[in-house]
Design a protein around this ligand. Structure first.
Ligand code: TPP
Ligand code: MG
Length: 270
């Protein structure tokens, strides 16, 4: 596994570099939340999800990128894996591109919902899991949620339904980077103890360091019959770039050429 982690760390660095290059080139996008979920995406797609023969395989597990604004690191992953050509990076957020500011399921592999309005992906993923459960297809559904996104009432309506209908084929992953659009989550709308909240509703809940592959793998291996699963992943917004880390100002702002160069250098030397 150690060898695997070394490979994944290299992949994480490349994903972070490409994320920043895309956002900088477009002069638009959301680097902070894209950088915080890199290890979560790698663990999901390199280990946890059953992808079988790829995006078009009807048997594969489903993925909802509910905090869809943070998609550049997912595009970077798909570029690294050859699902998008490297040149396509330059079209990020341009008209007609497959790489829109929020992923489009018709053109983005492994993306099973068109997100954008925060909270809705959680509700959609929960409905999908209910459908698969009723049809006994065996599909699992995974949804990536932001901590700021967790202010949305719809998240909690969905969570209640997930527990009520015993959706043990459903996993919520909360990217708890502590920061939302314009400040710290605890200052804007304190979420309290998320683990306890989910447990009180009826979830199996884990809390991990969301940059630690070992902890993520361990949490993903947990399962309890009849319960939906939530993994609360503590992360750093802007992870890997000194001037972005923990700073809400980089939620939705692109680095210029000079700051991009600094970021790429830091990632290379880390
Ligand atoms: C319903 C809705 N309200 C507001 C927005 C605008 N918006 C985009 S990102 C964001 C902050 C999200 O914060 P968080 O979920 O913590 O994301 P992350 O830190 O992972 O980037 C907001 C308010 C939106 N996309 N949808
Ligand atoms: Mg956040």
């Amino acid at each position: 596994m150690e060898h695997q982690f070394e490979e994944w760390k290299k992949l994480a660095r490349e994903m972070r570099k490409k994320t920043l290059m895309m956002v900088s080139k477009a002069n638009s996008g959301h680097p902070g939340g894209a950088l915080s979920c890199v290890e979560i995406l790698i663990t999901l797609f390199e280990h946890e999800m059953r992808l079988y023969d790829g995006p078009d395989d009807p048997r594969r597990d489903k993925f909802v990128f509910s905090k869809g604004h943070a998609v550049p690191s997912f595009y970077a992953y798909l570029i690294e894996k050859g699902y998008f050509r490297e040149e396509e990076m330059d079209t990020f957020r341009q008209k007609g591109s497959r790489l829109q500011g929020h992923p489009i399921k018709e053109v983005c592999p492994f993306n099973d919902f068109n997100p954008g309005s925060l909270g809705q992906g959680v509700s959609a993923a929960t409905g999908m899991a209910l459908g698969y459960k009723m049809k006994k297809t065996g599909h699992r559904v995974y949804v990536l949620i932001g901590d700021g996104e967790s202010d949305e009432g719809i998240v909690w309506e969905a969570a209640s339904a997930a527990a009520h209908y015993h959706l043990d084929n459903l996993t919520y992953i909360v990217d708890k980077n502590g920061v939302q659009l314009d400040g710290k989550t605890e200052d804007i709308m304190n979420l309290g103890d998320l683990k306890k909240r989910y447990e009180a509703i009826g979830f199996l809940a884990d809390e991990v360091n969301g940059h630690d592959f070992g902890e993520l793998l361990e949490a993903f291996s947990h399962h309890e019959e009849g319960k939906p699963h939530v993994i609360i992943a503590h992360t750093v917004k802007g992870k890997g770039v000194s001037y972005m880390e923990g700073n809400y100002k980089w939620h939705g702002k692109a680095p210029d050429a000079e700051l991009l160069a600094q970021a790429l250098k830091e990632l290379e030397e880390a």
